[in-house]
Design a protein around this ligand. Structure first.
Ligand code: ACM
Length: 763
């Protein structure tokens, strides 16, 4: 098993001073399990009693706020609220602002704990807040609340000043309360920038007093497919925006927690909602509505002076709402077709002596940069803004990779690293069939953890331009806040360490030893973290002798899996998984990952039956070419549970590698249908519809995707009432083991057939 190799390597490393030891070392994990790991920590002998009688001492307003945060957290973890007293103290816990506190960063802090008292010191309120979070982490571990604080000396400061999280509130909308919950979680991870994506093709989510239609028209859309119509056939509206009063409330809430909010108003692309509200801003004369599809749209703001002034009016209100230093103006994925086709834009470009449409976009960026600079703000945009002339003070957010960031830093721009390859949280985090919808290239915990924001390729004298890192949660596939939480946690813990901890103090294996404590903290705080990274994965195959071989694994790399075959919950005494199990073809398996004698979460179940071995769900199949694979959901309820499908939207075709077809008389398919809700701009041409030979197309089976057709059957106009269709396709005799390829023909837009399950029916 690959994971045991990883851990063999760990044992050869010197154990870091505070790692709680190797896995399975016993239940007395008393060493601190801090995330992010601090710059320096020295454990001492002894401990300080910590209970409901413990007094907190605060001699300043900042100290009082830090003690209130600590007290709030303790209330959640321990169920009591330590009292707060003014002034210094010789016992208990003291929070102290110390003007002489040394440390290069305003965010630095120190903690000293001995058997008598704990002291948290910092020069600033922000530093003291970070100290309060660390102190709370010292009071909690994988077993939950602790009754003591360990004697320790900690000195700490962040590696980067920009430790960001982006949330897209345009594709799906979150309540003010949910935004505050995310901000609370950022505090616990010592993140300090909340990038709020407030406008896009699918919705305009910020009230602008001067232009009320931005939210009245731009803030609502009709969902795609069946979800867009109610039982009476009336359109359903998906609406949401933040009033200015709500924005102020969120800004204040964040500021009290030392988190800067960077609002994003995306221009000139991702602009369908704003153009729908004020068509005079658009380049096209075609009437537009906020869209309910995903992808890249061609709609661009036009380049008229009146449009620039309109946007300045919008930015004026944005600037008045957000006191932070940065305003994000997007700039990404602005496909220029409409500008190229517009005689008006082309005439303007000629008059201005501009040769390319990108120069036209750059002109816009420069204008807004000057507008923002005059108001004491700095412009930040996605890395496309580098493609034209860019004012030196503009900051670049590198998303298409790190190359944009390297180039920008080379030219003297500040940079935030946020590459899609490592820091996009809409990518799934494991290969588990239980992942919710998203983009199935996986951004695992390890991948995120191993990201280095300052690549070796960057010259030493340019490194100071890397302001930091940010992870982005695009919400096309996150209809609910639970899904947002699934995307962020536990990956936010890895992000915290990338942004905060010193590179040589970072070790993924050590991080894994501290993560169980963080999961316990999530539970105590009511954070709904993803279960999938901690699941046990079951891979079963028939061995032909009436038995099945079942391999167990864990996606995150935890090596200790314990299992039962009698239906009971595994315990530390249950057998430990060492090698694939040989089980009868009707068995019930339960298994969980254990760390230090405790399961990370409740056990997963797996039932083996003769028919389950002849069945695969779409999540367990390969995509035939995998050009653009997505995990998508059905649309048959507006709010409730929906079926989920893996599908390649360019070439919907599924493959069961080496399917055991020898004894198979027929193949049964269960297929669903989802809206074809994508716009892919120039990539659309790569979508190939296989030609149909009957009115509604066919379901086809082949032996290998380029091999002979094994069976074909015509499709009806629509699925059954439950949204599914069951099909049985007889096979020719003596096919043998083959790569079974399954696809549908015909252009069925605006819907598409998708495979849910394939079952081999034996003779
Ligand atoms: C982006 O992902 N379009 C910035």
């Amino acid at each position: 098993m690959a994971t045991s190799r990883a851990y063999a390597a760990l044992l050869l490393l010197p154990l870091s001073l505070f790692a709680s030891g190797t896995f399975g070392a016993g239940a007395h994990a008393a060493s601190p399990t801090l995330i992010p790991t601090p710059i320096s920590q020295q454990s001492d002998r002894g401990q300080l009693r910590f209970d409901a009688r413990t007094q907190l001492h605060a001699g300043s307003e900042a100290a009082e706020r830090a003690s209130t945060l600590f007290s709030d957290l303790v209330q959640r973890s321990h169920g009591f609220r330590p009292g707060i007293r003014a002034g210094r103290a010789t016992t208990g816990v003291a929070f102290e602002i110390d003007p002489d506190f040394r440390g290069d960063s305003d965010e630095a802090y120190a903690i000293d704990i001995d058997a008598k008292r704990a002291v948290v010191r910092a020069r600033t309120a922000q530093g003291l807040q970070h100290g309060a979070v660390t102190l709370w982490q010292l009071a909690t571990d994988a077993n939950g609340p602790r009754k003591t604080l360990p004697a320790v000396h900690i000195e700490d400061a962040p590696r980067f000043g920009w430790r960001g999280a982006m949330l897209d509130s345009a594709r799906h909308f979150q309540s003010v309360d949910e935004i505050k919950r995310l901000i609370d979680a950022m505090v616990v991870h010592k993140l300090n920038v909340f990038h709020w994506h407030l406008t896009d093709d699918q919705g305009w989510r910020i009230e602008i007093k001067r232009y009320p239609k931005l939210t009245e028209v731009g803030g609502c859309r009709q969902p795609s497919g069946d979800a867009g119509t109610d039982a009476d056939g009336q359109p359903v509206r998906y609406c949401g925006w933040y009033t200015q009063a709500q924005i102020r409330e969120v800004v204040q809430y964040a500021a009290e927690r030392h988190i800067q909010i960077v609002p994003e108003i995306d221009i000139p692309g991702h602009a369908t909602a704003i153009i729908a509200a004020y068509p005079e801003l658009g380049t096209t004369t075609e009437p537009l509505k906020p869209v309910a599809e995903w992808g890249v749209f061609v709609n661009l703001l036009n380049t008229e002076e009146s449009t620039m002034v309109f946007m300045e009016h919008v930015l004026e209100e944005v600037v008045s709402l957000f006191p932070g230093r940065y305003v994000h103006i997007g700039g990404d994925e602005a496909v220029k077709d409409q500008w190229i086709a517009s005689p008006r834009v082309q005439a303007q470009m000629k008059a201005l002596g501009l040769k390319t449409e990108m120069q036209m976009q750059s002109r816009m960026v420069a204008r807004f940069e000057a507008f923002l600079a005059a108001r004491g703000k700095r412009l930040i945009g996605w890395d496309e803004i580098l493609e034209g002339e860019l004012p030196p003070s503009a900051t670049v957010m590198s998303w298409r990779g790190i190359e944009g960031g390297l180039q920008a830093a080379g030219k003297g721009h500040d940079v935030v690293m946020s590459p899609v390859s490592h820091l996009y949280l809409d990518y799934l985090q494991t290969e588990s069939p239980n992942e919710p919808p998203g983009r199935p290239t996986t951004v695992t915990l390890r991948k995120l953890y191993d990201f280095d924001p300052v690549p070796d390729a960057l010259a030493a004298d340019r490194r100071h331009h890397i302001l930091g890192v940010q992870a982005n949660a695009w919400t096309e596939h996150m209809r609910t806040f639970d899904r947002v939480q699934h995307a962020f946690f536990p990956r936010m813990a890895a992000l915290a360490e990338v942004g905060w901890s010193a590179p040589d103090a970072r070790s993924y294996d050590d991080f894994l030893t501290r993560l169980p404590a963080q999961l316990q903290r999530y539970r105590m705080l009511g954070i709904a973290h993803a279960r999938t990274p901690f699941e046990v994965r079951f891979d079963a195959a028939s061995t032909g002798d009436g038995r099945a071989s079942v391999a167990l694994s864990n996606a995150t790399g935890y090596p200790e899996i314990r299992y039962t075959t009698d239906g009971s919950e595994p315990t530390p005494a249950s057998p430990r998984y060492e090698a694939p199990l040989s089980l009868a073809q009707s068995a019930s398996l339960r298994a969980a990952v254990f760390v230090d004698g405790k399961p990370l979460q409740s056990a997963d179940r797996f039932a083996i039956t003769p028919s389950s071995l002849l069945e695969r769900t779409d999540e367990a199949l390969k995509m035939c070419t995998g050009a653009l694979m997505l995990r998508l959901e059905d649309d048959t309820t507006v709010d409730g549970e929906r079926a989920i499908f893996n599908v390649d939207i360019f070439n919907p075709c599924w493959e069961w590698t080496q399917a055991p077809l020898a004894d198979t008389r027929a193949v049964a398919l269960r297929v669903g249908r989802i809206p074809y809700y994508f716009q892919l701009a120039h990539d659309e041409q790569h979508r190939k519809f296989k030609p149909a030979t009957s009115a509604h197309g066919e379901a086809v089976l082949r032996a290998g995707c380029d091999g002979p057709v094994l069976a074909t059957t015509p499709l009806p106009a629509a699925p059954g009432k439950n949204g599914f269709l069951e099909l049985t396709l007889p096979l020719p005799a003596q096919v043998g083991s083959k790569d079974l390829c399954i696809y549908f023909t015909g252009d069925t837009r605006p819907a598409m057939w998708v495979l849910d399950r394939v079952r081999l029916l034996p003779h």
